[in-house]
Design a protein around this ligand. Structure first.
Ligand SMILES: Nc1nc2c(ncn2[C@@H]2O[C@H](COP(=O)(O)OP(=O)(O)O)[C@@H](O)[C@H]2O)c(=O)[nH]1
Ligand SMILES: [Mg+2]
Length: 288
């Protein structure tokens, strides 16, 4: 599943291969250099080194234990509610609309009925883009015109899903409005209206983050988390860099589960994120 990451790390770590050939343990200095190459932030590298046993050499199992501690958070809620309402948030260009198409396609392939809600009514292009995906993937969609109230679209999509017994609703949203205050009140209103259409909706508020953005992404995520309490994140565009070390900062700073990762522009390019597989790929790169 994480072949793309393994390949990326192989390239990243190629310079080190002579130094660590066949070793069960590596030195802390070498580990430090390798993690920096893999885009793990310096602050986190120092922390990892601090929590490792006080020997100059690092063993794989110790490193795994210390690294795993960065990915501790509640497991995401199961999608028991029907329809299960997902609200997708994030700044312009993060990859929301594309990720929604990928997710919807994934659910559809698992025999679930999905309906999309085009709640990014700020830009006409945004509605069109989601409509195009819906057409291509043969998905149902509720949309209105540019400038219309996005909450009304959310309400209609959920009402339709309830009436027609859909399994899932995925709501797109705008990433930018005239100003931050407008965005805040709009998102709060969407959340409030969702709950009017169906108690406890939206069941999952997902932030889409551009994986190439580093720290800027974390600042955005904090801002969104303050506006609406998030349940998880999707990290996109990991195909470009494919080092993956930045995921430590995201997991640590946000304390939110990484639900999926985007690894390309195609509809199949979405992977369910598994901490174990991710750390396995990273450790293989470091030790083998
Ligand atoms: N390489 C790559 N590009 C992506 C990925 N996800 C989205 N994109 C691209 O990023 C751009 C913005 O995506 P879009 O879904 O429109 O972002 P939105 O403004 O948040 O809805 C588009 O050109 C997408 O094709 C990804 O995982 N990998
Ligand atoms: Mg969009």
């Amino acid at each position: 599943m994480l072949d793309f990451l393994k390949k990326g790390l192989q390239k990243t770590f190629a310079n080190f291969s002579e130094l660590k050939k066949g070793k069960e343990k590596i030195s802390k200095d070498l580990l430090e250099e390798m993690l920096l190459e893999a885009d793990v932030s310096y602050e986190i590298i120092e922390e990892i080194l601090y929590y490792l046993p006080p020997s100059d050499e690092v063993k794989k199992e110790d490193l795994l234990r210390v690294m795993k501690a960065y990915f501790i958070y509640d497991t995401p809620k199961a999608s028991e509610e029907k329809p299960f309402i997902q609200l997708v948030l994030g700044v312009n260009g993060a990859g929301k609309t594309t990720s929604i198409a990928k997710l919807a396609n994934f659910y559809k392939q698992n025999n679930q009925n999905v309906i999309l809600g085009a709640c990014d009514t700020f830009r006409a292009g945004a509605i069109e883009q989601l409509k195009l995906w819906a057409k291509k993937l043969e998905l149902d969609i509720v949309a209105s015109a540019q400038g219309h109230d996005p909450s009304a679209v959310a309400y209609d999509a959920i009402s339709k899903a309830l009436a027609k017994k859909y399994d899932r609703v995925i709501l797109d949203t705008a990433g930018r409005l005239q100003n931050q205050k407008n965005l805040a009140s709009e998102l709060e209103k969407i959340v409030r209206i969702c709950a009017k259409a169906m108690p406890n909706a939206p069941h999952q508020k997902i932030l889409v983050l551009d994986g190439t953005q580093g720290n800027a992404g974390i600042l955005q995520a904090r801002a969104f988390n303050e506006l609406v309490k998030l349940d998880g994140v999707i990290i996109t565009k990991l195909d470009g860099t494919a080092k993956g070390g930045a995921l430590f900062s995201i997991a640590k700073e946000l304390e939110l589960p990484i639900l999926y990762i985007g690894v390309g522009e195609g509809v199949e390019d979405l992977l369910e994120f598994s901490v174990d597989e991710y750390l396995q790929a990273l450790l293989e790169g470091i030790f083998e």
